[in-house]
Design a protein around this ligand. Structure first.
Ligand code: SF4
Length: 357
């Protein structure tokens, strides 16, 4: 794992629960009557990260940056094109469906659309109990007892077990999705924008439920989202993706108070600040369109939109480097030592100004 941001283990364990190394997922693009491969969509183009037990890694970026594909690929719902995926140090990259079976108990997913992810012909109780049947967990009575306790734990009443998905609200459907993900007692849950389809008031309830469950079961989350406020609330560490690559990763405090990558700076500058807040911030307006992942720009993928672009950014791919302890970024701006982005008025600096006599 040399060169990867994975030295510190929050719980003191020998290895992180999940290690992802140089993961790539390229989708072929077919053209013509013979369906020849005419190119590739570089959805995920070499990402590396780790998640410790009981930790939440927030994965953020604009729509189409490849963050959902990362979640699906590491669960092997999509076959990786290249790279390594390790769970408790065991390489699962090349395991087939049969060999992946025991790992399905450890790694589960909560989907973005709680309605589309539930079978409308099954009762809520059957949906939550289905993984237990597939994995032949316990007797029929034990499974029913487990489903009832899961319903209670996620805030649903036992009488809801016989209702069908269309009879629930959006928030209740997502609670069913969470109960299903918990059924086999997983260690890692990938949340693919699990609250973005919900009303704001319901979002808060679901986020708090996920955090309570994490404390209770020592769960690890990969939390995929584009809402930075939600990510700041739930995550321990955050990774920022742009066009298939991670461009910055660190703990959430460092990321939100001292962003080092111009793209992160632009994302944070777009977050609304309450009028009463002491925070000040200059908006960074990105110019240019989001490039196509079929034909990504050479060098730094962000160079066509970056306000700090330099000649070398057009051809040199910036490596993800640890520029201050625990803070990794992929930007040539910091090649000669850390340089804070110019436009953003970060909280740390305004706090320091206020404290000075
Ligand atoms: Fe901007 Fe260059 Fe840094 Fe890319 S490497 S973010 S283009 S300064």
């Amino acid at each position: 794992m040399s060169g990867l941001p994975s030295e510190r283990h929050a719980d003191g364990s020998a290895r992180p629960l999940l290690e992802v190394e140089n993961l790539k997922k390229h989708f072929p693009v077919y053209k013509g009557v013979f369906s020849r491969v005419s190119g590739h969509v570089y959805a995920v183009d070499g990402v590396s990260f780790h998640i410790n037990r009981g930790e939440t890694l927030g994965l953020v970026g604009e729509s189409g940056c490849g963050k959902s594909t990362v979640g699906r690929t590491l669960l092997k719902l999509l076959e990786p094109t290249e790279g390594k995926i390790r769970v408790h140090g065991k390489d699962i990259t090349d395991l087939d469906t049969q060999q992946m079976f025991p790992y399905r108990e450890q790694m589960q997913m909560i989907y973005q659309d709680p309605y589309a992810s539930l079978n409308p012909r099954m009762s809520a109780g059957d949906i939550v109990g289905e993984p237990l049947i597939i994995h032949q967990a316990g007797t029929r009575a034990e499974r029913q007892e487990r489903v009832a306790s899961l319903f209670e734990r996620v805030g649903l009443r036992p009488e809801h077990m016989s209702s069908f998905p269309h009879m629930f609200s959006g928030g209740q459907r997502q609670r069913i999705g969470i109960a299903r993900a918990l059924a086999l007692g997983p260690e890692l849950i990938v949340g693919d924008e699990p609250v973005s389809a919900l009303d704001v008031s319901i979002q808060a309830q679901i986020i708090n439920l996920l955090m309570d469950l994490q404390d209770e079961f020592k769960l690890s989350y990969l939390f995929v989202a584009h809402d930075l406020a939600v990510v700041e609330h739930i995550s321990h560490r955050v990774a920022v993706m742009y066009l298939g690559r991670i461009v910055e990763t660190t703990d959430k405090t460092s990321l939100f108070e001292m962003p080092l990558h111009p793209y992160t700076e632009a994302l944070l500058s777009a977050v609304p600040i309450p009028k009463a807040s002491a925070r000040r911030r200059n908006r960074v307006i990105l110019t240019g369109d989001v490039p196509s992942p079929i034909n990504p720009p050479s060098g730094c993928h962000f160079h066509a939109r970056c306000p700090y672009v330099m000649p070398r950014c057009h051809h040199d791919v910036p490596a993800l480097r640890e520029v201050v302890p625990g803070h990794w970024t992929a930007c040539h701006l910091h090649d000669g030592g850390v340089r804070f982005p110019l436009a953003i008025d970060v909280i740390a600096r305004s706090a320091a100004t206020k404290q000075s006599p």
